[in-house]
Design a protein around this ligand. Structure first.
Ligand code: FE2
Length: 363
């Protein structure tokens, strides 16, 4: 199925609801190298919340906190912990997008809303997605400001970036039995198509299993895998997420880099924890992957994983969860033609995740 009825230009931003947006902004600046671009809050005349827009390459993270306890954002954080509230996509014609979505059965949470200031006009609208997560659409072709009306530019240099260039994909975890529902939702509402389907035969260890469907839209630029747990001997990593997030939500955001070794080396210098696979993984790697531009020894030192398909290879690595609850984490990925998601690494990776789960007393 094509997405002609809902043309999506690009990822616009990802909004996180957090307990303390000011401190979160500091973390994404000093550790991940995002530049603070714009903010809103009491100083800009907003009485109930504060937001910071952080940017690196084309990746934009919006960090938002409530200023009062009796507030939707505060309740969201109390229930889910820090996490992704909104996946925002840029479209050319939001009236058409929202009309199509509604006709096709989407739950509209925010009808088209026009925001305006001296820099122009922005239109936004939102749809309900899995759990308390929403999809936001943004039409910004008539806007020249820093981010959106109501935001003030931040005059800060920020910390040097680490080479994160763009969002590659965003993964959602859902309950057992819900994956196909949301895959159909992407097809019917968004006009996406199913790129890959993994069953528990592809993704299982001695202890746990999961199933996954990758939905693709925006001419191949936008990719949303959906995971659901499968029956295993013990609790799967997806169930652990669902327990601690108190329901479905975004599990990880994957970001592209053009030099994963440099990116990961710098993130390690800044004390980011990454998942480690057993050393035996690297012993068989050259035979499995063949010739690549990178040095196998360096990949091993940095803990970077490699996978290959017919179109090329990819390099990837996963951070530990970025808050105390074992929920959201990040992936750094460098693609050399390969359009997959590292299926050859699933097994080694899940053994490593289960080791961490065991340490948390959750296996
Ligand atoms: Fe991923």
């Amino acid at each position: 199925m094509s997405s002609d009825f809902m043309p999506i230009k690009a990822y616009d931003h990802v909004e996180f609801y957090v307990g303390n947006a000011k401190q979160a902004a500091h973390f994404y600046d000093k550790v991940f190298g995002f530049k603070p671009v714009a903010r809103c809050g009491l100083e800009t005349g907003l009485r109930d919340r504060a937001s910071y827009l952080m940017q690196q390459g084309q990746v934009r993270f919006l960090l938002t906190s409530a200023l009062h306890p009796d507030h939707e954002i505060a309740r969201h954080v109390a229930l889910h912990g820090d996490g992704v509230k909104a996946i925002a996509l840029e479209v050319n014609d939001i009236e058409q997008t929202m009309r199509e979505a509604k006709t096709r059965g989407a739950t509209v949470l925010q009808p088209v809303t026009t925001l305006e200031d001296a820099h122009g006009v922005i239109k936004i609208g939102a749809l309900r997605y899995a759990g308390d997560t929403i999809f936001r659409f943004v039409e910004r072709r008539h806007y020249r400001g820093a981010f959106m009306p109501g935001y003030q530019p931040i005059e800060a240099h920020g910390t040097p970036g680490v080479g994160l260039a763009a969002i590659d994909h965003i993964v959602t975890n859902v309950h057992l039995g819900e994956m196909n529902h949301w895959a159909s939702w992407y097809e019917q509402i968004m006009g996406f198509s199913n790129l890959i389907h993994f069953t528990e035969k592809d993704i299982s260890t001695e202890y746990s299993a999961l199933m996954s469907k990758v939905m693709e839209g925006g001419g191949g630029k936008i990719k949303f895998p959906i995971n659901e747990p499968a029956e295993g001997r013990k609790k799967s990593q997806i169930e652990e997420f669902l327990d601690y997030y108190q329901g479905p939500g975004v599990q990880h955001v994957a970001m592209n880099t053009r030099d994963i070794c440099a990116t990961v080396r710098e993130l390690r210098n800044r004390d980011i924890d990454f998942l480690r696979v057993p050393d035996t993984y690297y012993e068989e790697l050259p035979d499995r992957i063949g010739r690549i531009d990178e040095d196998y020894k360096e990949l091993r030192d940095l803990g970077i994983l490699v996978d290959r398909d017919d179109d090329g290879y990819l390099l990837q690595i996963f951070t530990a969860p970025v808050q105390d609850r074992p929920t959201l984490f990040f992936e750094v990925i460098e693609r050399h033609g390969c359009r997959g998601f590292g299926q050859g690494n699933f097994k080694a990776l899940f053994v490593s995740i289960e080791r961490e789960q065991e340490r948390r007393g959750n296996l």
